[in-house]
Design a protein around this ligand. Structure first.
Ligand code: DP6
Length: 323
């Protein structure tokens, strides 16, 4: 039976991947680091079948079209090429969160697809090779294969650019609140955004910064030092957005609500309720805190104008097979 089902988590970048060295191979301009979530993710079933005339791709109950479908078909082709398989596939994928709102549905989606499709094709790839495969589909997807706190070493070729766990999910119990602000689709895709990163006058400086901050980030995670961790994480998110804002074309991903959440987090912190934010593209904010402050923060965040929903999550494991 050429069928398999896999689940992969959303990951949240703490040191970001923004800009590519080689677009086609999705080699990042800088090494970067993220954390896997336990709850939010994508479940994907792949079945290769004799007699199908084309790939059938269903995402969240709807037939995928255009760019979204092409991306999946191209990824299936990569797997088919590895084993010289001719059959077309039926793919059914479900996110347990709204897609295209800066929640990296491409990361969990392409990671789950990599595991399910390779398994369905009869392959038994190592974690490293799965991560490399996922990277070709969407860069950040390579970080949803291993679990916990994950580093994606930039590497210099297809062979050595993949992600690995640096600290397990159990290393540090921080809570991650996913603050959803809008279900609108973002205006510029991340893939298009990456392509213009280098036009910002700040970009070269950012690459030097990211190298330094990655080292610092690993140190503060190791020490489980929330205040230092939060400072590096917020500075880094804003640093990436400084590049986005100053590229050509200018990329303004924030909504008024995004700014409001960043500001209340900082205000509450000054008054003693400790939490820190990070943002990717799109219309939501990730807020990190200690377990003891989680309930209070959720209550408060829900009252902020423009907040649609707050999802509670924690550090989780990586991609896994469900069948
Ligand atoms: C801002 O992995 O979505 O979330 O490789 O073109 O698919 P492609 O880009 P993608 O980029 C993610 C960018 C980011 C930062 C991050 O997750 O590191």
């Amino acid at each position: 039976m050429m069928r398999a089902t896999a689940w992969a988590p959303v990951n949240v970048a703490l040191i970001k991947y923004w800009g590519k060295r080689k677009a086609k191979l999705r080699l990042p301009a800088n090494s970067n680091l993220s954390v896997c979530l336990e709850q939010l993710g994508t479940e994907t079933r792949v079945e290769f079948k004799k007699g199908l005339s084309e790939d059938k791709v269903i995402i969240d109950g709807q037939a995928a079209r255009g760019r979204e479908r092409d991306r999946v078909v191209k990824h299936l082709d990569r797997v088919r090429d590895m084993v010289k398989l001719e059959f077309k596939a039926k793919v059914v994928s479900k996110n347990n969160f709204p897609k295209s709102v800066g929640l990296s549905s491409s990361a969990s989606g392409l990671a789950a697809l990599s595991l399910a499709a390779s398994k369905a094709a009869g392959l038994d790839l190592s974690e490293k090779d799965l991560s490399r495969l996922a990277r070709l589909g969407s860069g950040s997807a390579c970080r949803s294969i291993p679990g916990g706190w994950v580093e994606w070493k930039a590497g210099s070729s297809d062979k050595d650019s993949y992600a690995e766990t640096v600290f397990s999910a159990k290393h540090w119990d921080v809570r991650i609140l996913v603050v959803l602000l809008s279900f609108e689709q973002k205006r510029v895709s991340t893939t298009d955004g990456h392509a213009v990163a280098g036009t910002s006058v700040f970009y070269q400086e950012r690459l030097r910064w990211a190298r330094r901050k990655l080292r610092e980030m690993k140190r503060v995670i190791e020490k489980r030092d929330l205040a230092s961790f939060g400072e590096v994480m917020e500075d880094e998110a804003l640093n990436m957005h400084a590049v986005m804002l100053t590229s050509r074309p200018n990329l303004i991903y924030w909504l008024p609500e995004t700014v409001r959440v960043m500001q209340v987090v900082q205000d509450w912190r000054e008054k003693g309720l400790e939490s820190y934010f990070t943002i990717n593209t799109g219309q939501n904010v990730f807020v990190f805190c200690l377990p003891k402050d989680e309930d209070r923060l959720v209550r408060r965040l829900k009252q902020v104008k423009g907040v649609i929903e707050v999802r509670r999550d924690r550090v989780g494991r990586g991609a896994r097979l469900l069948t």
